[in-house]
Design a binder for this molecule. Structure first.
Ligand code: OGA
Ligand code: MN
Length: 293
């Protein structure tokens, strides 16, 4: 069957149907999904209850998988990975004993860090291309913002100012901002900061976009306060309500987004309740192009 899409937001995001993600994809299906991703940047597949192996296979149709912060060496409070595959990321507040993790545990801190607007793994090279998230226990909403629409709506003087700027992204910046600072030297050194153009051209859609998010901690050539203030203003702009889609989860949803065209965040929830999702993410192996170039 062919991929069909129906808009869920005036600017981006479509509901996608016609493909059973539990089965291996053929090249035409992969291409159809990639094309729809270039247009919509977020696709919502309904009624897909994937096993862990099926989710990994689906993700690998689009490229090698990203491990994100799981690359950090184990710290003092290390816990074993709960899931069947190393590259399946446990977006949950579930403790190793199967119960709800304590609200002052690192597991919960990382859930809270996910509530800050971000693009997955933008703190490392390669950064993330697609993320695919499936809900196991119905969670609070997840929001997405369209960085292409945000760029298009910038005033010309700002477009001009940021055209050749580069930002520095750092893995633990969001954690530090939340006051979660208890990391070993080895952990802090494990993922060195990386630089990305602030205004980019999407490698396959050709659209310009404003690459902001909470992992960005500095603008190269600006003082820290001036750079952070501009980043904060730009993030505020990029997340204006008209650029945001709010996903209300249903059983069986798999949401796929392009981390090169969108940012996202989880929403606050009752930390005593179980919240459980699984994410698979592919690496962005294409060159990252500055909008001005
Ligand atoms: C993620 C993420 C948000 C949420 O899985 O990368 O940021 O709502 N999730 O859990
Ligand atoms: Mn994320």
């Amino acid at each position: 069957m062919a991929l069909e899409t129906g808009e869920l937001h005036p600017l981006f995001v479509a509901e996608a149907s016609g493909i059973d993600l539990r089965r291996p994809l053929d090249p035409a299906q992969v291409q159809a999904i990639e094309q729809a991703m270039d247009e919509y940047a977020v696709l919502v597949f309904r009624d897909q209850t994937l096993s862990q192996a099926e989710q990994i296979r689906f993700a690998m149709s689009f490229g090698p998988l990203d491990l994100g912060l799981r690359k950090l060496p184990a710290g003092p409070a290390a816990v074993n990975h709960r899931l069947e595959f190393e590259a399946l990321i446990d977006i949950s507040n579930v403790a190793p004993d199967g119960g709800v993790a304590k609200r002052d545990s690192r597991k919960v801190f990382s859930n809270i860090a996910n509530q800050l607007w971000h693009s997955d793994s933008s703190f490392q090279r390669p950064k993330a291309q697609y993320s695919m998230l499936s809900a196991v226990v119905l969670p609070s909403e997840t929001e997405f913002a369209d960085l292409r629409a945000a760029y298009d709506a910038l005033p010309d003087d700002l477009k001009h100012e940021i055209a050749t700027l580069e930002t520095e992204h750092f893995a633990l910046h969001s954690r530090f901002a939340l006051g979660d600072t208890d990391y070993t030297e080895a952990q802090m050194a494990a993922i060195p900061p990386v630089r990305w153009p602030l205004a980019q051209v999407h490698p396959t859609s050709g659209r310009k976009l404003l690459f902001v998010g909470v992992h960005a901690r500095a603008i190269i050539g600006y003082s820290l306060p001036e750079g952070r203030m501009l980043l904060s203003d730009l993030l505020e702009h990029a997340t204006r309500r008209e650029f945001v889609y709010r996903h209300e989860w249903r059983v069986g949803d798999l949401v796929m987004w392009d981390n090169r065209a969108t940012i996202h965040r989880g929403r606050r929830y009752d930390l005593t309740e179980r919240r459980e999702l699984r994410r698979s993410t592919t690496e962005d192996l294409l060159p990252v192009r500055m909008a001005a170039a």
